[in-house]
Design a binder for this molecule. Structure first.
Ligand code: 5GP
Ligand code: ZN
Length: 117
């Protein structure tokens, strides 16, 4: 597994930094965002260190698709299938990416505006 010892999310995956884990399997983890932007704010993260969308390779397609499967499983467990939810990936500087290890934000528990800010 490709890990970066200087990466915050790799350190959470390695359990070197604590996080409120809601899911773990061979390829992904999910944990609660430390600074939630909505009543539900969960991050779904591949165990493999992939810095951003443009670093995804052909062999990563299954891992990246798996993130959506984990997200919908968590959304079901949290009872969000009726109310709805938003899934977000901030990629790069202009989108506000701050942690350069790709992650899917699962946000719910309030209404979201569109277009996003
Ligand atoms: P980005 O801005 O890269 O799309 O999202 C990074 C997210 O990681 C932010 O929502 C931020 O609150 C969250 N975050 C940053 N540091 C930590 C941490 O140490 N633990 C947890 N659980 N979340 C973090
Ligand atoms: Zn990483």
């Amino acid at each position: 597994m490709n890990h970066d010892p200087n990466c915050l999310f790799c350190r959470i995956i390695d359990k070197k930094i604590p996080a409120a884990l809601v899911h773990e399997d061979d390829h992904a983890v999910a944990f609660e965002d430390i600074n939630p932007k909505a009543p539900v704010h969960t991050l779904i993260v591949p165990k493999k260190h992939i810095a951003d969308i443009h670093s995804i390779t052909v062999s990563d397609r299954e891992i990246v698709g798996h993130l959506f499967f984990v997200a919908r499983t968590i959304a079901s467990k949290k009872g969000l299938d009726k109310s709805g939810y938003r899934m977000v990936i901030n990629n790069g500087k202009d989108a506000g990416q701050t942690v350069f290890h790709i992650h899917l934000h699962l946000l719910a528990g309030r209404a979201f505006s569109w277009p996003p800010g």
